[in-house]
Design a protein around this ligand. Structure first.
Ligand code: GDP
Ligand code: MG
Length: 148
């Protein structure tokens, strides 16, 4: 039998728990939701993000009014970076995360249940998830340069 030969390799995405999530003690709750869904943590690290990595990570937003406040916010405390694996995990994690604006994010999602954006210059929406296979490959290389 050769049933498995044509299967696509399992997909990977880059997840960040942003400084608001780490500061509020929500890293465990967020990782719990990822694992409860059935996704697998391939690599996890807690680190202080550099301005260089953040400018490259958020390059698509350079020039927007929220760009500099966003970079500053992302440097306000440690970030938890994770490589998460699973079938259709790029789309699936963004479903778990919910809409970018925590006020609009549906209940049941990470941002809808736990995120805040009132009175803040940057949406403190707890998590980042890659938005395409190309972004995932680029972002995993940026945050985990040693990972095969
Ligand atoms: P994401 O892919 O859902 O994280 O959203 P984007 O890639 O569009 O934006 C990156 C991050 O910038 C978001 O997660 C927010 O933290 C922040 N952000 C995006 N849009 C806005 C905005 O209109 N206003 C503010 N204050 N922050 C924003
Ligand atoms: Mg994005």
């Amino acid at each position: 039998m050769t049933e498995n030969v044509t299967e696509e390799p399992t997909e990977r995405t880059l997840v960040l728990v942003k400084p608001d999530g780490v500061r509020r003690g929500l890293s465990g709750e967020i990782l719990r939701r990822i694992e409860a869904k059935g996704y697998v943590l391939r690599a996890v690290q807690l680190l202080d993000a550099t301005t260089d990595v953040l400018h490259r990570h958020y390059a698509e937003h350079e020039g927007k009014p929220f760009f500099e406040p966003l970079v500053e916010f992302m440097m306000s405390g440690p970030v938890l970076a994770a490589v998460v694996e699973g079938e259709d995990v790029i789309k699936g994690f963004r479903s778990l995360a919910g809409a970018t604006n925590p006020t609009e994010a549906a209940p049941g999602t990470i941002r809808g249940d736990l995120g805040r954006d009132w009175g803040l210059k940057v949406q403190q929406n707890l998590v980042h998830g890659s938005d395409s296979p190309e972004s995932a490959a680029r972002e995993i290389g940026l945050w985990f340069p040693g990972l095969a």
